[in-house]
Design a binder for this molecule. Structure first.
Ligand SMILES: NC(=O)c1ccc[n+]([C@@H]2O[C@H](COP(=O)([O-])OP(=O)(O)OC[C@H]3O[C@@H](n4cnc5c(N)ncnc54)[C@H](O)[C@@H]3O)[C@@H](O)[C@H]2O)c1
Length: 433
């Protein structure tokens, strides 16, 4: 197998984060701490996972970061936009994810990540009052202002390359409309202030126009639109999303493939959560929750394939709830009640009570996405990066007629085999001696 030509990861990589809230401040803090004190970036596949190469007997098992040319943690420089948080220090303190002792050790560096004024519109996130907000006569002017920010950041920070990962609040659920069908229609819509164009879509457009890979960590429509795929392919920019796969959905996509592997049936999966952070407050609004609900509900059908296994999975009751409960802050509690059945149809139940920390689970995903999207750009990739489905609750597909892959183990295999192929190694099928 011939290796791809991949440009080296020389110089600095700018990581641009729309949304300087709990997730963004936690990923920045973790990278700063790892750089300063050498702490282990737990949860990051790019930093910690090994990859087997060749046949088992060859005993080649390097770390991924030693196998593929990734930017290192020392190469990263962070930028952000936020309508509320002034800098990463205040964002971390407001979020309440990290202990003060962890924050204090890196407080000056955190304070140095100053938020740029956001493209923000209350119509899309009604629970927030933004004060540090860009103004412009049209949405095209706002897109241009973001492109100017991107260019300024690139020059001021002497970045060789940039990536953008959307870490801002979930926007209200709206459908794809005519304005999203082509690049031409979208640009006309920007100039005409089309109400169906959201802030996250303006960021995605500005990133792709600037040649910056774009990943969407929230469930709202942003780059999963025909116009964005067209623009990304035309400009040679990798894109992907959406919605970081953490917490309850992570557990679901670990467990459901196992149940199916054993041909155990499923009657119902009831999932409920309490969380009390700003994300929870935004999701307390039904329009914003709708974006999350759609993204969370999709996973079981594609994993379990009810059409292929009607006796086991054709009649599943799948319910997802999120309740805003301030005392919990970022420390979410998610309960799952899973009604399964086995031999001769006998019913059984599985209960999960996951006391998780949302941003602690999401932060390493942001790091990996930034590093892998940068790698994809240097490897000459453009358009939707399906091989990074591993990170998303509702993975985008390269073509609209393809179903997304939700099974975390298949996603992991796909990710690793992509890296093997790019580096000129045979894919591992686990069928050899
Ligand atoms: N933490 C997780 O496990 C997880 C998992 C999947 C998805 N997500 C998504 O990631 C996003 C971030 O989560 P969080 O917990 O950090 O939320 P958060 O509320 O702490 O932070 C979001 C930040 O985005 C800012 N913001 C809102 N609109 C903006 C805009 N137009 N431009 C720039 N900034 C804007 C807000 O002011 C806020 O500071 C949310 O959409 C959430 O649904 C999080």
């Amino acid at each position: 197998m011939t290796a791809r030509t991949i440009a080296p990861a020389t110089g600095r990589l700018g990581v641009l984060l729309p949304g300087l809230g709990a997730v963004a401040s936690t990923v920045i803090a973790g990278v700063l701490q790892a750089r300063q004190s050498g702490s282990t970036p737990i949860g990051s596949l790019s930093q910690m996972a090994h990859i087997r190469l060749g046949e088992r007997v060859e005993d080649r098992n390097p770390l991924i970061k030693d196998f593929v040319p990734l930017a290192t943690l020392d190469d990263l420089v962070f930028g952000a936009w936020d309508p509320i948080s002034p800098n990463a220090l205040e964002a971390a303190r407001t979020a309440g994810v990290l202990e003060e002792r962890d924050i204090a050790a890196i407080s000056a560096d955190l304070e140095g990540v100053v938020a740029m004024d956001a493209v923000f519109d209350k119509d899309w996130v009604s629970r927030l009052e933004g004060t540090r907000v860009k103004t412009g006569a049209t949405k095209l002017d706002l897109a241009q202002a973001l492109m100017d920010d991107i260019e300024r950041f690139r020059v001021d920070n002497e970045c060789d390359r940039l990536v953008m990962v959307w870490c801002a609040s979930t926007e209200a659920y709206r459908d794809v409309t005519e304005v999203h069908q082509t690049v031409e229609a979208f640009e006309a819509g920007l100039a005409a202030n089309d109400p169906m164009i959201s802030p996250s879509q303006i960021y995605a457009y500005a990133a792709i126009m600037s040649g910056v890979p774009y990943a969407n960590g929230a469930p709202n429509l942003s780059c999963d639109l025909p116009c964005m795929t067209e623009l990304a392919e035309r400009n040679g920019v990798p894109i992907g999303g959406k919605d970081f796969k953490t917490g309850q959905t992570l557990m679901k996509t670990i467990l459901a493939p196992g149940l199916k592997a054993r041909m155990l049936g499923l009657n119902g999966w009831f999932s409920t959560n309490i969380l009390g952070n700003r994300d929870g407050e935004v999701l307390d609004n039904p329009e914003n929750f709708r974006s999350k609900e759609v993204s969370k509900l999709g996973v079981l059908d594609t994993i379990l394939q009810p059409d292929a296994y009607p006796e086991l999975y054709s009649d599943i009751s799948h319910v997802v709830r999120i309740n805003y409960y301030p005392p919990r802050g970022d420390n979410k509690e998610g309960w799952d009640n899973i009604d399964i059945f086995g031999w001769m149809g006998y019913p059984m139940q599985i209960k999960i009570d996951f006391l998780c920390r949302d941003s602690i689970l999401a932060a390493p995903l942001v790091l990996d996405l930034a590093l892998f999207f940068d790698l994809a750009a240097r490897a000459g990739e453009n358009g939707v990066q399906e091989w990074l489905s591993f990170y998303f609750k509702a993975p985008m597909t390269a073509r609209p007629d393809l179903l997304p892959e939700h099974d975390i183990f298949i996603q992991q295999l796909k990710l690793k085999n992509t890296l093997r192929e790019w580096m000129g190694e045979e894919p591992v099928t686990h069928s050899e001696a």
